[in-house]
Design a protein around this ligand. Structure first.
Ligand SMILES: Nc1ncnc2c1ncn2[C@@H]1O[C@H](COP(=O)(O)OP(=O)(O)OP(=O)(O)O)[C@@H](O)[C@H]1O
Ligand SMILES: [Mg+2]
Ligand SMILES: [Mg+2]
Length: 482
């Protein structure tokens, strides 16, 4: 049996406001437990919530960015459930009148094609507290600092068909909220987390299978692993004659498995009702239009511009536009060197692996865009080969010189392009390898092709990597054939 996967994601993005959605308490991450929870956040009798206007602006800007219908009259509702991290017994959320209605987002798949993912809705709600399972002598601690932190829950249509697509979609949302400046995107701190709804159906069948929902996955890597794991579990279950039940599951990255958390019948066991303490939010057209004018160039617009202006592939353009900072860095490198393809390769290659290795954000890159641009210029004008350039790059990263030029000069790395000099070096090298030369001349085409690499290697070694590789190839061919 051939199976098809169906995935819909609910992404919770913590809105980057200074205070909470219904109170003046601070939202800063990492404070001492229970020092940032007010009586309002705890829903104490006699308190009244007041909506933080900034959260409305942020949600509307998100809605505009995904070309969604804006909920001109949107309504807060109480979602009732009890959990230790929600002692007040309800979460203030939005139900049938969300602030952001139907919209969509295009994602770039690995082969460079675009896929449009429908977004059902996005609504404002408050976060709950946190259960702490460590350091409490076998008991659970509750930290309510997070209670009342503003969230935008972004619900996708079940349009996603693989774990890879799911990751591409979450990356696209991550890029978008960061461009908009409405969420810091820090997944390790839980600022952006994802519930993955996964089901499988026989290929060709129209009806969806029963979904299981994996809660709160908080890294791109875990999203991919958790989904793939869940797909496998469901297929095996069904093929063994079992049935998937609708339930909430938890992903354990240490064991790389999902396990059941709680069963969930239909969605409607929450007894939603309109919040009696908050008025409906009415947005005037002028308010929405003024927010539209504040939108920056969005990731997908930047990607398109990078493709048309610089001739980059869809994939490269989407990687480079995934963060505003990376896009700026790339354009600054291009300013200096004028070669978009080389600039893209170096930013996505050497630079990204350096940043990865050092665990640095691009804003703190040890190699500046000016320095990298200057280095690329020396590759372009044949001062150094690509291989030597990597050494110079490492030297720049280690702060061994202010510019590529300074390092090339001081270390004597200039490429040898003088034909006479290369020729005499080659003659010496061939003389030292006379036996191989003889073999080469006696060999057939295929064998020759293989041996040629050996001579190039010897030549580059003899010149300490400084001979121009193009010239070495050309001159060697002449000498060996001649
Ligand atoms: N059969 C299915 N297979 C995979 N995904 C599905 C399927 N049916 C629905 N979904 C996805 O599940 C998600 C449902 O989210 P929604 O917020 O509407 O409700 P919920 O999960 O029941 O509620 P809650 O917000 O309490 O988690 C959507 O992203 C939707 O696309
Ligand atoms: Mg939901
Ligand atoms: Mg859900």
């Amino acid at each position: 049996m051939q199976w098809e996967t169906v995935i819909g994601l609910e992404i919770h993005a913590q809105l980057a406001t200074r205070s909470k959605i219904f109170s003046g308490s601070a939202t800063a991450f990492g404070a001492e437990p229970n020092t940032q929870a007010s009586l309002i956040d705890l829903g104490m009798p006699g308190t009244l919530p007041v909506l933080n206007e900034e959260t409305v602006r942020m949600a509307v800007r998100f809605g505009l960015a995904i070309e969604a219908e804006i909920g001109h009259t949107n309504v807060f509702a109480r979602k009732n459930y009890f959990y230790p991290d929600l002692p007040k017994g309800y979460q203030t959320s939005q139900m049938d009148k969300p602030i952001v209605g139907k919209g969509h987002l295009d994602i770039t798949l690995e082969d460079g094609t675009l896929k449009r993912i429908g977004i059902t809705r996005a609504h404002l709600e408050e976060d709950a507290g946190k259960s702490l399972h460590e350091d409490f002598h076998g008991m659970t601690g509750i930290d309510l600092n997070r209670a009342g932190t503003p969230l935008l829950e972004i619900v996708s249509e079940p349009d996603i068909r693989s774990a890879k697509e799911a990751v591409a979609y979450v990356k696209a949302i991550h890029a978008l909220v960061r461009y908009l400046g409405i969420c810091d995107g820090n997944m390790a701190e839980g600022s952006l987390r994802c519930d993955c709804n996964v089901s499988v159906r026989p290929r060709g069948q129209e009806a969806f299978g029963t979904r299981a929902e994996i809660k709160n996955v908080n890294s791109f890597r875990f999203i991919e692993k958790a989904i793939n794991h869940e797909i496998q579990r469901q297929i095996e279950l069904i093929e063994d004659g079992g049935k998937v039940i609708q339930e909430t599951r938890l992903y354990d990255p240490n064991k790389d498995e999902t396990r059941s958390m709680r069963g969930k019948e239909e969605a409607n066991d929450y007894r939603y009702f309109p919040c009696p303490d908050l008025l409906p939010v009415v947005l005037e057209d002028g308010f929405v239009e003024r927010l539209r004018e504040t939108l920056p160039e969005l990731p997908n617009q930047k990607r398109e511009r990078f493709q048309s202006q610089y001739g980059l592939s869809a994939y490269d353009a989407s990687v480079l536009s995934a963060s505003r900072e990376m896009a700026e860095y790339f354009e600054a490198v291009f300013e200096v060197c004028g070669d978009a393809k080389l600039a893209a390769n170096w930013v996505m290659g050497e630079l990204s692996s350096l940043l990865n290795k050092e665990g640095l954000e691009i804003e703190r890159s040890p190699v500046s865009a000016e320095q990298l641009g200057g280095l690329i210029r020396r590759i372009q004008d044949n001062t150094i080969s690509g291989k030597i350039a990597k050494m110079v790059f490492e030297a720049l990263a280690a702060d061994e010189g202010a510019s590529a030029d300074a390092i090339i000069e001081r270390k004597g790395l200039k490429q040898v392009t003088d034909t006479g000099a290369i020729e005499s070096m080659l003659d010496e090298m061939l003389a030292a390898n006379a036996a191989q030369v003889e073999q080469y001349r006696a060999a057939d085409e295929a064998k020759r092709a293989k041996m040629f690499g050996f001579f190039v290697g010897q030549a580059m070694k003899a010149s300490k990597g400084k001979a121009n590789p193009g010239q070495v190839n050309e001159l060697l061919k002449k000498k060996l054939e001649g």
